[in-house]
Design a protein around this ligand. Structure first.
Ligand code: LMR
Length: 392
């Protein structure tokens, strides 16, 4: 049987990790996978996470199974962090293995409820979105999102394409910090998108993987909160990988908002899907997140460190934009400073991306997405000079 398997296409982001590891050059620069790094290149364990782990080790008395939906305290704390108060009655939820687990379960739920529903994705989007949808055999469509000229939003194209959404379609929206472009809708644009999708009878499906990495913990949730308050039904897939820095603990949540009277049935279906796919969700990361969110001191320290991380990325954006202005003697890369989150799509060709890798040891995704957090004060001018060289 196994001899009938065909090789699978490689994930472009994960492939880069391997290529970077194998590169023997000492001065290589990794701007590939979306992992936060400090100025020394380390992805640190956050202070509050360390403290919670110590406390957990001292107080944990059992490792017996948790609930199928995870620990209720985790789900409640996450719903509050993402949506604020007032949604508990409408919100069914399950803890999931990371944000990817939440996306997978959301798609499975859509398929279970409405096998023919189409899922709309921004063009471009995180490559694993279409990959999972295709794997599940679901229908998919794209809406324009990015203007390759301005490196901002193609809002006219986006609205034109979303006008073709039909009732019951799910529309995947990046809640903040769009991956891979770094270009984000403003509040007025979000309101227009919401009004259009509401009129079409669409179900918003929000991917919120970078809350706290853009404009701050509260502001990054603003669009998701507006959507949650506006639509009768919403799916939200959120990740704690980045904002708690617990990537390998696989900590995420899927929230299904609907009519309060339907909550029990939705919850039952979410539990069912967890049981079919992996039974109980991972607990360690979820427990740490719960401890941090419930404890005033830990929560304050976590928020302060998350803010340091965000400010660091903002600073790097500004210095990269300045360095590129100097190196290229033009303002064509000024957009880097106004993008938000970990990523910016630079608008280089694949050949230029390859040149940067082969000749300068600089690794970025083939569509010229860079992870801003992969930079530091020393590498910013090196990157700017190399870009000026290959893009001139
Ligand atoms: C990314 O886009 O680099 C991250 O979301 C990590 C991943 O799993 O691809």
């Amino acid at each position: 049987m196994l001899e009938q398997l065909n090789p699978q296409p490689q994930d472009k982001i994960l492939q880069l990790i391997a290529m970077y590891r194998e590169d023997p050059r000492a001065n290589k620069i990794d701007l590939g996978v979306g992992v936060y790094k400090d100025a020394t290149g380390l992805t640190p364990v956050m202070r509050a996470v360390k403290a919670a782990e110590k406390q957990l080790w001292e107080t944990e008395t059992t490792k017996t199974y948790t609930g199928l939906a995870g620990e209720p305290a985790y789900n409640a704390a996450m719903i509050e962090m993402i949506l604020g108060a007032g949604f508990a009655e409408r919100a069914a939820s399950v803890a999931t293995p990371g944000g990817t687990g939440a996306i997978r379960q959301a798609l499975e739920l859509i398929k279970l409820a409405s096998p023919k529903a189409k899922v709309w994705l921004s063009n471009p989007t995180w490559p694993n979105h279409p990959s999972i949808i295709k794997y599940l055999g679901m229908q998919m469509a794209e809406y324009r999102y990015f203007d390759a000229e301005t490196r901002g939003i193609d809002f006219e194209g986006l609205m034109q394409d979303l006008a073709n959404v039909t009732a019951g379609d799910a529309v995947l929206l990046h809640g903040c910090c769009h991956n891979p472009t770094g270009a984000n809708l403003n509040a007025d644009q979000w309101a227009q998108v919401a009004a259009l999708l509401l009129a079409k009878g669409a179900i918003p499906f929000v991917d919120l993987a970078y809350q706290g990495f853009g404009d701050g913990l509260e502001k990054d949730a603003a669009a998701t909160r507006m959507i949650a308050a506006t639509f009768p039904e919403v799916l939200i897939a959120a990740s704690c990988s980045k904002n708690f820095g617990i990537y390998r603990e696989r900590t995420g949540i899927l929230i299904g908002l609907g009519e309060a009277s339907r909550k029990a049935v939705t919850q039952g279906n979410l539990n069912f899907l967890n049981r079919q796919n992996y039974s109980f969700p991972p607990d360690h990361g979820a427990r740490l997140v719960t401890m941090i969110l419930q404890d005033d001191a830990l929560r304050a320290d976590w928020k302060a460190e998350l803010e340091e991380v965000r400010q660091n990325m903002l600073g790097l954006r500004k210095s990269l934009a300045d360095a590129l202005r100097l190196a290229t003697n033009s303002d064509r890369f000024d957009f880097v400073a106004s993008h938000r989150g970990m990523f910016s799509r630079l608008g280089l060709t694949e050949a230029q991306v390859n040149l940067l890798r082969d000749e300068h040891g600089i690794y970025m995704v083939g569509d010229s997405r860079i992870n801003i957090a992969g930079l530091n004060a020393k590498t910013v001018p090196i990157l700017a000079a190399a870009i000026a060289k290959v893009a001139s």
